[in-house]
Design a protein around this ligand. Structure first.
Ligand code: GRF
Length: 202
């Protein structure tokens, strides 16, 4: 299963995916594409011997033009799966359609709660007892696609945002490689009515 990963920043989830690869894994990260040249994840990819590309959204006149360039670059690698790992651009409907059923994202909340940015602060402000992260198939609705894997933790009394963020991030590094492995093994897929694991609705 050839995978292309899109990033904008640190790339710790990318690193977790890279680290999960071995000879027995049916998944191979073929390329990492960033919209920001300074994204540290590009160095992580280069260190692992993975192709990298920068496609700077500021060089394109429109979102459509940027997404077209992105599609062309991604499709050079003929990936079965495209993985968003901290890619901080909203994708067009055309892009999302093009990769229907083979585009995953990870979001730091227990979706459908807390779509969008700033999730950890909002969870603390609401006094929620639990928080977590979700891997989901991407659809046209931002952070609204069918959830594939979700992990939850309790929020500690008095916990600050840095500690909570770090704990959720560590959880992301567990569930994203798991979801990608299941997809690569043909166990996880997007059905007509949502995500399916081993032929059963999730
Ligand atoms: C993660 O918190 C992920 O949930 C969100 O962006 C962040 C990326 O972190 N979509 P990293 O670049 O993988 O370290």
């Amino acid at each position: 299963c050839n995978v292309v990963v899109l990033i904008s920043g640190n790339g710790s989830n990318l690193q977790a995916l890279i680290d999960s690869q071995d000879e027995s894994h049916p998944m191979q990260v073929r390329a990492v594409i960033s919209n920001r040249a300074e994204a540290y994840g590009l160095q992580r990819a280069a260190t692992a011997g993975i192709d990298t590309q920068v496609i700077d959204h500021r060089s394109y006149a429109s979102r459509d033009a940027f997404d077209d360039a992105l599609i062309r670059a991604i499709d050079t690698y003929q990936p079965q799966l495209v993985v968003l790992a901290g890619f901080m651009r909203i994708l067009t409907e055309a892009f999302v359609q093009h990769y229907h059923g083979r585009l995953l994202n990870i979001h730091p909340s227990l979706l459908p709660q807390y779509k969008g940015l700033d999730t950890h602060r909002r969870v603390l402000a609401a006094g929620d007892p639990a928080h977590g992260c979700s891997v989901h198939f991407v659809t046209a609705e931002l952070d609204g696609g069918p959830v594939a894997v979700q992990a939850a933790i309790g929020v500690h009394p008095g916990e600050d945002i840095a500690a909570l963020t770090a704990r959720v991030h560590a959880l992301e590094h567990l569930i994203y490689p798991l979801a990608v492995r299941w997809f690569a093994e043909g166990r996880l897929r997007l059905g007509d009515r949502g995500a399916m694991l081993d032929g059963e609705p999730l």
